[in-house]
Design a protein around this ligand. Structure first.
Ligand SMILES: [Zn+2]
Ligand SMILES: [Zn+2]
Length: 178
């Protein structure tokens, strides 16, 4: 494992959320936010309203900026996000999750909690200078964010769809050459 479990799950969720804004947008309904919430096993308040959806959607460009920033820019984003939310770190244990960090109360809006959780996770990426774990998808024409949590740092694509598409393209290129 590259990082602590809560850091890894927060990074994966933030990347998925940022990438949902790539065309075609996959976070357009309250139901799709519900799916995201379930898939990434969020706890705490969840309004299931259009307003909450709009707040989470509005957070996406900022997450993308943070996840694709260089190290010093990332620090500025993290500090601003923690300050804006009035973050106050504490260790908590709940719902089967062992000790991990929370920095805002569980009744704060979902978008605020995601922002703070991502900022807290990025602290763990910035301090040991592991920014190279984050990058842009290597597939042609894809701008998806990639987080590489693998031991051998082999991940290049944002999704299996992109990985497969590139494999097919590479195969075709080899076929036409011979
Ligand atoms: Zn928690
Ligand atoms: Zn991709």
């Amino acid at each position: 494992m590259a990082f602590a479990h809560d850091t890894e799950s927060a990074l994966l969720a933030a990347v998925a959320l940022a990438n949902s804004a790539e065309p075609p947008d996959t976070l357009e309904t309250v139901a799709s936010l519900e799916e995201f919430f379930e898939e990434h096993r969020y706890s705490g308040s969840h309004a299931r309203t259009r307003e909450e959806l709009d707040e989470v959607r509005a957070l996406r460009p900022r997450l993308r900026e943070l996840l694709t920033a260089d190290r010093d820019e990332a620090v500025a984003h993290v500090n601003a996000m923690l300050f804006e939310a009035g973050a106050l770190p504490r260790l908590v244990r709940h719902d089967g999750w062992d000790w991990h960090l929370h920095a805002v109360e569980p009744d704060r809006p979902l978008a605020t909690r995601i922002a703070v959780e991502t900022a807290m996770a990025m602290i763990d990426v910035i301090r040991p200078d592991e920014m190279s774990r984050l990058g842009i998808c290597a597939a042609d024409g894809c701008a998806g964010v990639v987080v590489d949590l693998s031991r051998n740092r082999s991940r290049r694509f944002c999704s299996t769809t992109c990985g497969n598409r590139e494999a097919v393209a590479a195969y075709r290129a080899r076929q036409t050459r011979t």
